[in-house]
Design a protein around this ligand. Sequence first.
Ligand code: GUN
Length: 283
Amino acid sequence: MSSVLIDGKAIGAKIREEIKIDVERLIERGCRPGLAVVLVGDDQASRTYVKNKEKSSTAAGMKSEMIQLPITVSQKDLLDTVDRLNNDPTIHGILVQLPLPPHIDENKVIRSISPKKDVDGFHPENVGKMIIGQTSYVSCTPAGILELLKHTGTDISGKHAVIVGRSNIVGKPMGQLLLQKDATVTYCHSKTENLESFTRQADILIVAIGQAKYITADHIKAGATVIDVGMNRDENGKLCGDVDFESVKEKAGALTPVPGGVGPMTVTMLLKNTLKSAQLACS
Ligand code: GUN
């Protein structure tokens, strides 16, 4: 059997076209959505992600402000930058790229972002609201994965979703969102014993562990929907996911490629959240 390829590139592009139309409507009413992205230091991967966010927001017709701060920036200067953006009426979304250098208290920085402009959905107020099912800004990668499942017509209610990885950005919110859609959710992580015994039960398997090609066909139930959040380099320096695509594609029912699966959805959801914030601010 060969699985259906879940084309995040195409699905993301379609949603971004819809966002662009809504942005035009807001601009006609005198309100241009604005996204500020703050990058501390010059980590190459972070720089690439940030550039992509900047490019995509501009392409959607939004104002994009990129703020680059040196790796030596003090916590106070970073908090002052966030404060300025919180009070800037032309900015509707603020994103501080993580990770931050060790001398900076990441939680404090996240809490300093106005929950109304927290388009990453990382602020404890938004995380709390998401868990109790209230409207909030939802972390972009899990939100994008839900869109992929929706667009591919994947049944969630009553299905067993297994999440491998428990980060605050992906794993934890992903499980909560699937729970709200009536999935039965199992969390697995680096200390889980006998991982395969869990992953083989999954109707929907979400993998976010940052280990190249870790999940093989042996981990999969035939016909499962497999979502690969990983972004790694293989032994030849080629981009690859946490899932061994070549073996799993013969067994899964549907599978995301890397690149071109989850990645394009993350930035799409960031734009969607920024649009929503602007719509609320300008109504
Ligand atoms: N670092 C890795 N992913 C993300 C993300 O989605 N948002 C932010 N702010 N930093 C990240």
